[in-house]
Design a protein around this ligand. Structure first.
Ligand code: FES
Ligand code: FES
Length: 163
């Protein structure tokens, strides 16, 4: 079988835009986003499902895109960090809160942290800091910006409640 015979057609929405492409069944969603769609905001840390740097949303739920075959995204809606900001590139309140609370140092983990943080808020897992830490535990930060990350998520969740 040649490579082209093994390719599979997929249609998906990426950041609200329709995308059609052919993928190798072994290709990860992470590699398709970064290498083929030029959406390099999503980071490749471990490539083994252990660091959370590659977190994106598929149909609104967080997934580690390094362990998600791109074919599994067929017919689904994918949101990456590039799709989070508002009109004109206005930062999402959680992105702004990361800046306000010094929740990043090198910033490498930040896109994945923001995507997980958004899910954590949407899932209602922000009652207290311990709960936020528990539901963010799949996202590692080698710089140790955890205190700021928890503060940013806590503040954004509270502001969303009072809006
Ligand atoms: S790159 Fe996917 S979890 Fe680390
Ligand atoms: S800010 Fe550097 S890895 Fe998190």
């Amino acid at each position: 079988m040649t490579r082209s015979e093994a390719l599979i057609d997929v249609s998906l929405q990426v950041n609200r835009r329709p995308v059609r492409l052919q993928v190798d069944p072994r290709e990860s969603l992470l590699d398709v986003l970064r290498e083929r769609l030029d959406l390099t905001g999503t980071k490749k840390g471990c490539d083994h499902g252990q660091c959370g740097a590659c977190t994106v949303h598929v149909d609104g739920r967080r997934v580690v895109s390094c362990l998600t075959p791109a074919v599994q995204a067929d017919g689904r809606s994918v949101t990456t960090i590039e799709g989070v900001c508002g009109p004109g590139g206005r930062l999402h309140p959680l992105q702004q809160a990361f800046i306000d609370h010094d929740a990043l140092q090198c910033g490498y983990c930040t896109p994945g942290q923001v995507m997980s943080g958004l899910a954590c808020i949407a899932e209602g897992h922000c009652d207290n800091d311990a709960e936020i830490r528990e539901y963010m535990s799949g996202n590692l930060c080698r710089c140790g910006a955890y205190v700021g990350i928890v503060a940013a998520i806590r503040e954004t969740a509270r502001n969303a409640e009072t809006r």
